[in-house]
Design a protein around this ligand. Structure first.
Ligand code: PGA
Length: 260
């Protein structure tokens, strides 16, 4: 695990975007796993800027998103399909047919998740998966207690996640209680992981992920077992880490090697 601690979220987002841009340049047919939430928005802005400046093209890139609220249509302004269109896809040269988000209105969720995983496999698997982290340490909607081997499935959100996400809805009662989500095991199959974490609200979760024991009660902690996971955070999110100076030094070396 490389932990890149930056002064600001803008700096961390730019560095994370650089890793993605390098992949897209090197392999224009790469497969990206994407995430929603407030965290990746700044990084998506960097990728949009790179695309507009013609530094990278998404024309042949394929994407699969982590999750979707169960019961929301893709046209709902709080659905994750809508979010992706507004915050990334509508502003880059990607072919929308190559972008995939789970269908929150699928007639049969079992069929939906099976087909989703099969399509990812057919595409050759995910080259790079973008992740945020919940204040309870979740990745995608893998709430505390999710099996570390879990696959894409329907999940129930915790009261904490519902509370965290209520800011996007008119009232907490409007936040869906369930979602379709890639599993922890599914996420671990991505060849590279790029997780972003910003703000003091994430400090406890980041500590659990990086320095806690591997546990299904902080599903992000399983990333300690991934051999190519990068954590980009600001100083506030890194605040509770014990070895932060060491991580910063090591990450600087790793980034140098990456872009050498
Ligand atoms: P956020 O959500 O980016 O809105 O903080 C992250 C998450 O819950 O994974």
């Amino acid at each position: 695990m490389e932990i890149v601690i930056c002064k600001t979220k803008e700096e961390a987002s730019r560095k994370a975007a650089d890793l993605i841009a390098a992949l897209v340049k090197a392999d224009p047919k790469c497969v990206l796993g994407l995430a929603t939430g407030s965290t990746p928005v700044e990084m998506y802005k960097c990728l949009i800027a790179d695309n507009k400046a013609k530094k990278i093209s998404f024309k042949t890139v394929k994407t699969w998103n982590l999750d979707e609220y169960w019961g929301l249509a893709g046209t709902h302004d709080q659905s994750y399909r809508y979010f992706m269109d507004k915050n990334l896809f509508d502003s880059i040269d990607i072919n929308k047919k190559n972008t995939h988000v789970l269908n929150g209105l699928a007639k049969d969720w079992r069929k939906e998740v099976k087909a989703y995983e099969a399509a990812i496999e057919k595409a050759g698997g995910i080259d790079l998966q973008v992740l945020g982290i919940g204040s309870d340490g979740h990745i995608a909607f893998n709430e505390p207690g999710s099996a570390l081997t879990s696959r894409t499935r329907i999940v129930s959100l915790t009261p904490q996640t519902i509370k965290d996400n209520a800011r996007f809805f008119k009232k907490a009662a409007d936040v869906p209680r369930q979602a379709l989500s890639m599993g922890v095991g599914s996420i671990m199959e991505a060849r590279r992981i790029v997780l972003l974490a910003f703000g003091e609200n994430k400090a406890e979760a980041v500590k659990g992920m990086v320095e806690g024991g591997i546990s299904q009660f902080c599903t992000a902690s399983v990333l300690q077992l991934h051999d190519d996971a990068w954590i980009f955070c600001d100083e506030a999110a890194a605040k509770k880490l014990k070895l932060k100076k060491y991580y910063a030094w090591r990450a600087e070396e790793a980034l140098k090697a990456e872009f050498a």
